[in-house]
Ligand binder design. Structure first.
Ligand code: SAH
Ligand code: TMP
Ligand code: ZN
Length: 404
């Protein structure tokens, strides 16, 4: 039996995907053999945390070859400019504020804080993206944030006014130690906030590609409220974010007697309505996953049989789950286009589909394109007006298969 990483209770299985490769390990050439782990998710009825049952060693995922650079989307650039503005508002009345970002990646957010001369620190274990952040003027410590590094930071820099994190807290298996560390590191009136893909959106859309090695946890208000309490913090506000297919930002403060926004009550009631507090909320998930996966494969096979060519758009980490689980490889997809220079010329983990440049896609103009980066649909459709005008079609798959 697998046990909960927050409270040690037994986990109840929700969904299984079978053996999977490391989601962000794009390959220089199709290998003879690849590292695989068993991808499955369980639910803890004690603290409501939905989580991976088996995890991968963080150093296998986050190192100097990390493939994901945050600044590949204009929309995300804007999103993080706005997040920096939110931070400036929080620290407006502090005389010498200190801002920490966990998982600052290439500095997409923190560069906005750095350029204003505000005392800041980014924690980032992946050396290559951390270096890019430094080039962007950000002070970065190359390492994992945890209870111990929190103490080291406090010794060197003092207490923090803000600790933020985007798409990173859900990556950290020793989450209690992270929150414990944050509780020590925060000033008494300090704020910790973080945002991650929202469990209720994943369940509503069956967006199962959010489930992969890096995403150890699938948060909602119910679980974050419990997690905070167990570590001397309190969930005081929640704000939905229209990024990554539906994310939620959680605001935490020290102690247990803070004013709690009605947003928390509202979101948690919605979660309860969808039964996210009991196993019942997850009973049909596997069936829906299987159906989307089978329908998608069937449609791609049918197109191929008609002699159509199919490409894909966005070599995302999440597509590793979709492609491997649905058994979609180079026999169905000619190539995936992506703008990230370090991904171009490589092959997708497990399925070994070649990755090509955006220029290649534009000249090739394939009749059908599987939209793997579906969370960036608006930005991509705006960019590919010409392709669609010429008759090019995008295939989407959540909450069901669609041709657009
Ligand atoms: N915040 C950025 C990056 C998200 S990707 C964004 O939202 O676009 C997740 C990042 O977190 C990676 O750069 C990874 O190296 C980093 N990371 C993973 N575990 C971490 C930890 N324990 N402490 C700090 N950063 C971590
Ligand atoms: P994400 O869904 O995890 O943000 O990853 C998006 C991937 O898609 C990343 O590899 C960059 C790529 N991408 C493009 O190639 N073109 C685009 O226009 C956008 C928005 C993303
Ligand atoms: Zn638990």
């Amino acid at each position: 039996m697998n046990s909960c990483k927050v409270c040690d209770n037994d986990l109840k299985n929700i969904v299984n995907f079978g053996p999977m490769p490391i989601s962000n390990r794009f390959l220089p050439a199709p290998p003879e053999e690849e590292f695989l782990y068993e991808l499955s998710v369980g639910f803890c009825s004690e603290c409501y945390m939905v989580q991976l049952e088996k995890t991968v060693d963080p150093e296998m995922m986050f190192n100097e070859n990390y493939a994901f650079f945050s600044s590949t989307s204009k929309k995300m650039e804007n999103h993080f400019d706005e997040m920096a503005e939110d931070i400036l508002e929080i620290i407006a009345n502090q005389t010498s504020p200190f801002v920490i970002e966990i998982g600052c990646n290439d500095g997409i957010m923190l560069k906005n804080i750095a350029k204003r001369g505000i005392h800041h620190l980014g924690m980032e274990p992946s050396g290559n993206v951390a270096e890019r952040a430094r080039e962007n003027g950000v002070e970065v410590f190359t390492g994992f944030f945890n209870g111990k590094s929190a103490l080291d930071i406090m010794e060197k820099h003092g207490e923090a006014d803000v600790i933020s994190g985007a798409n990173v807290m859900c990556h950290i298996e020793n989450i209690n130690s992270v929150l414990e560390g944050a509780a020590v590191l925060l000033k008494n009136d300090g704020v910790m906030f973080f945002e991650d893909p929202y469990l209720l959106d994943i369940v509503k859309k069956t967006s199962f590609d959010q489930i992969y090695d890096e995403h150890v946890f699938y948060f909602c208000g119910l679980s974050i409220s419990e997690l905070a309490q167990r570590n001397g913090l309190q969930l005081v506000d929640m704000a939905a974010q229209g990024v990554h297919g539906g994310s939620m930002r959680y605001f935490l403060k020290k102690g247990s007697k803070n004013r709690v926004s009605e947003n928390v009550t509202r979101h948690i009631s919605a979660e309860r309505e969808f039964n996210l507090h009991t196993l019942d909320g997850y009973l049909s998930f596997q069936k829906k996953v299987n159906k989307i996966s089978a329908d998608l494969r069937k449609m791609l096979v049918a197109l191929k049989e008609q002699g159509q060519r199919i490409a894909a758009y966005g070599a995302t980490s999440k597509s590793t789950t979709l492609l491997n689980f649905s058994k979609i490889g180079p026999e169905l997809i000619d190539y995936i286009c992506d703008t990230t220079p370090t991904k171009i010329g490589k092959y997708t983990p497990g399925t070994h589909i070649p990755i090509k440049s955006h220029q290649h896609f534009q000249t090739d103009s394939p009749p059908y394109t599987l939209l793997l980066a579906w969370n960036h649909q608006k930005e991509i459709f705006a960019k590919e007006l010409e392709y669609r005008k010429k008759g090019g079609k995008f295939i989407t798959f959540f909450p069901g298969i669609n041709i657009k």
